[in-house]
Design a protein around this ligand. Structure first.
Ligand SMILES: Cc1cc2nc3c(=O)[nH]c(=O)nc-3n(C[C@H](O)[C@H](O)[C@H](O)COP(=O)(O)OP(=O)(O)OC[C@H]3O[C@@H](n4cnc5c(N)ncnc54)[C@H](O)[C@@H]3O)c2cc1C
Length: 430
């Protein structure tokens, strides 16, 4: 066990379980509000997941207004209204600025540290927690939590893997989701919540790459297509229609466009039809005309070579066979019907997606503690007084752009402050 600040065998006002984004913010607000606060984290250091966010730059929030925020949080966005009014993106950037970490706004309202270093986010929070007097214990994995309720005391007892017990009057569970378990978010919070009678929706991977069933994607592994359009439909309903960047991988597809698509496909993998348009800047007629011109100018050249003027070389080499045509076919042999196959493959390529990649690779977890059991104005459990939840452990998740961390900051700060207020208003909780 690494005692970063102090040891804590005594009873604390508030214990926060989980030293990620939500947990650190909760600890800061609980201590600033006057509560004797202990933060417990199983990793040897705080903010392990934060460290890898935004490719190491940490996209910590987004300047989107409330309407857009709600559009970007497909699952239980409205549950966030109170916590957002407690801490919105402006409060977040001001807080980090005051903690010595200035921020900057990039494309799409994405906010990053000026230093481009995710580690500075954790550093700033540690500084704030230090100043506020938060006690931090790392290397402590909690395996069991019990409600303590007798005449003199009511609160919680947390038992660590090594048998050490920690007592508190109010408890905040900020253990994260179940994605990227290598960072410590192994889903323990779900077990604890269920043991207290909370409903937990099964975790599903979101913001993740997708497996495909094709005999060609492996050969395109590593190829990035920029400025392409993906449209996903379920029957006539458009689930997703965006332009961006796509990456072919050994398992299928990934890249920003696909990661975002995964949040829209979650319950629709079986019925959705996902179509890739490699030439979104041209109409079908324009693509056909261009093919006709290329073929009539190069009658004696092979299709795969000529297609290289319209497609990346690796894709051009495979393209005829993806359309069921011989790669060495001469342009002069290409019929109107063949040209149509090529055109459709460029503008309406149906991607044979089978499933999302696993939680191990997912940026975010869909599912978690049912928000119906949690008061949105305090983050306190509706059935267990003194028990609070914050961050990804809750069944709230968002698209990419800094919205998921905003959820962690908003729910964390509200839970921290309300845990402290709860104790002040309930002095009988000893
Ligand atoms: C690769 C990647 C990139 C991302 N990039 C961005 C981004 O740029 N912008 C954005 O908004 N979101 C991003 N996210 C999502 C964002 O990181 C999470 O939504 C956010 O970190 C959740 O914060 P949290 O505090 O709820 O959970 P976590 O950060 O997962 O923290 C939970 C903590 O609890 C600890 N813990 C769990 N169980 C126990 C236990 N039993 N005992 C003790 N400790 C325990 C864990 O070790 C962990 O440190 C990214 C995610 C990933 C995986």
């Amino acid at each position: 066990m690494n005692t970063e600040y102090t040891s804590a065998k005594t009873r604390n006002d508030v214990i926060i379980l989980g030293g990620g984004a939500a947990g650190m913010m909760a600890a800061l607000f609980s201590a600033r509000d006057g509560a004797d606060t202990l933060l417990l984290e199983q990793n040897e250091k705080l903010g392990k997941k934060l460290y890898i966010t935004g490719k190491g730059r940490c996209n910590l929030t987004n300047t989107a207004d409330l309407d857009q925020f709600l559009r970007e949080v497909p699952r239980n966005g409205r549950f966030m209204l109170s916590s957002l009014s407690h801490m919105d993106h402006e409060t977040v950037t001001k807080l980090f600025g005051d903690l010595g970490m200035p921020t900057k706004v990039e494309r799409g309202g994405r906010v990053f540290p000026v230093s481009d270093k995710a580690s500075d986010v954790t550093r700033a929070l540690k500084r704030g927690m230090d100043e506020a007097g938060v006690k931090v214990l790392t290397g402590v994995r909690i395996v069991r939590i019990e409600r303590e309720s007798c005449e003199e005391k009511s609160g919680f007892i947390l038992e660590a893997e090594d048998g050490t017990r920690y007592a508190c009057r109010a408890l905040i569970i900020a253990t994260g989701g179940a994605s990227y378990p290598s960072t410590g978010s192994t889903g323990d919070g779900y077990r604890f919540a269920e043991a207290f009678g909370h409903r937990v929706f099964p975790p599903q991977p979101s913001l993740v790459g997708m497996n495909m069933d094709s005999d060609w994607h492996e050969r395109l592994q590593g190829l990035t297509l920029k400025n392409v359009r993906i449209t996903a439909r379920q029957g006539k309903k458009v689930l997703y229609n965006e332009m961006g960047e796509l990456l072919f991988t050994h398992f299928g597809i990934s890249g920003p466009l696909i990661i975002e698509l995964s949040a829209h496909l979650l319950d629709h993998y079986d019925e959705a039809r996902v179509v890739l348009n490699i030439k979104p800047g041209m109409t079908s007629e324009e693509v056909d005309k261009r093919l006709l011109r290329e073929f009539s100018e190069n009658p004696r050249r092979q299709l795969n070579n000529v297609l290289g003027s319209m497609l990346p070389a690796r894709l051009a080499g495979l393209f005829p066979s993806m359309c069921g045509l011989a790669p060495d076919m001469l342009c002069s042999e290409c019929t109107r019907e063949d040209r149509k196959k090529l055109r459709l493959m460029m503008t309406d390529m149906v991607l044979p997606i089978t499933s999302p990649r696993s939680l191990d690779e997912a940026i975010i977890t869909r599912g978690g503690v049912d928000v119906k059991g949690v008061a949105p104005g305090t983050m306190m459990s509706k059935q267990v007084p003194g028990l609070f939840f914050a961050g990804e452990v809750l069944d709230v998740d968002a698209h990419t752009g800094g919205f998921n961390l905003q959820i962690a900051w908003s729910t964390g700060s509200l839970a921290g402050q309300c845990a402290s207020i709860y104790l002040r208003h309930n002095p009988e909780v000893k």
